[in-house]
Design a protein around this ligand. Structure first.
Ligand code: C2E
Ligand code: MG
Ligand code: MG
Ligand code: MG
Length: 287
């Protein structure tokens, strides 16, 4: 059936999927195997505070090392996992793994996890989130769930109930890829987001003179501030983009300019080293 995905594209009509039906079937079979064979891992990309360039958290990004094809992008396999029903199991693994790995970080460092609209539509999600948080021992407010505008396709009351239940658990909610979907402002009014993530397509080219993206970013930041929400500019790659984003008032920055997604072990080591440096500076200044 023609089923809408998180970006509002009717997947059934996407020509690359029609052409690659054989490949898709293979991918689906391989995905079924992937969890059991331990072929997934998470990478983590830093999210930095604009004001003081401190790392406030990391976004968990799923990686799949296919035994024959090598690494496959989540942009390719997540839509397939959503369509064949595997995203629920994979998504639960992501939640549990991200919370468990974040438990090794300092307590003021958050972890953000992408949640598919399909997971969001399942009433079991709050129980899974509660269980993942409890098993890891992290405080609920350290977990941020990233949701795309796709969840608003389902206009039933259950969406509102899900938002309230998740907020009740104490986790944070972020609206991901803002500006790429329907961008109806109606839902911003009722959904209790802590943060809006401004899609990287608005950051691209924003520094060029006469480019209209800067004005759009500014408008989103103003809107978010009025609603008491933080903003993260996604996909910031260059120094001059940092300066512009700061000028436009975004509270947070995420992008290759501050770090590419890295393995959990490397992140834990970096955080340990940073804490050590902070401690050394503290000792020096306290004398
Ligand atoms: P997203 O949630 O918007 O994640 C941000 C994407 O932008 C990541 O791509 C990240 O590597 C990339 N990125 C970050 N900084 C830069 C930059 O400076 N320049 C450029 N060009 N790209 C940058 P990635 O890891 O390939 O993930 C793509 C999408 O796949 C994600 O977009 C998210 O929608 C989905 N995804 C990833 N992990 C998961 C997951 O665990 N569950 C679900 N449901 N979806 C996931
Ligand atoms: Mg995200
Ligand atoms: Mg995004
Ligand atoms: Mg994205």
């Amino acid at each position: 059936a023609a089923k809408a995905d998180g970006r509002g594209i009717h997947r059934f009509y996407r020509p690359e999927l029609l052409a690659g039906a054989q490949n898709r079937k293979q991918l689906e079979d391989d995905l079924r195997q992937a969890l059991a064979s331990d072929e997934f891992h998470l990478t983590y990309q830093p999210v930095v505070s604009t004001a003081d360039e401190r790392i406030v958290g990391y976004e968990a990004l799923l990686r799949w090392d296919h035994p024959a094809r090598g690494p496959i992008s989540p942009a390719e396999f997540v839509p397939v996992a959503e369509e064949c029903g595997l995203i629920e199991q994979i998504g639960e693994w992501v939640l549990r793994t991200a919370c468990a790995e974040a438990a090794h970080w300092p307590e003021d460092v958050r972890v953000a996890v992408n949640v598919s609209p399909i997971q969001f539509a399942n009433p079991v999600l709050p129980a899974i989130v509660t269980s993942a948080v409890a098993a890891s021992g992290i405080a609920p407010h350290r977990l941020e769930l990233e949701i795309t505008e796709g969840v608003f396709l389902d206009e039933s009351a259950s969406t509102d109930f899900m938002f309230r239940t998740l907020k009740g658990i104490g986790v944070r909610l972020a609206l991901d890829d803002f500006g790429t979907g329907y961008s109806s402002l109606g839902y911003l009014k009722k959904a209790p987001f802590d943060k809006i993530k401004i899609d990287q397509t608005f950051v691209r080219g924003a520094v060029q003179p006469g480019n209209r993206n800067a004005a759009i970013i500014k408008a989103i930041v103003t809107l978010a501030e009025t609603l008491g929400m933080e903003t993260t500019a996604e996909g910031v790659e260059q120094q001059d983009e940092i300066a512009l984003i700061r000028e436009l008032g975004c509270s947070h920055i995420q992008g290759f300019v501050y770090g590419k997604p890295a393995r959990a072990g490397d992140v834990a080591e970096q955080l340990k080293a940073a804490a050590g440096r902070a401690l050394a500076i503290g000792h020096r200044t306290s004398r």
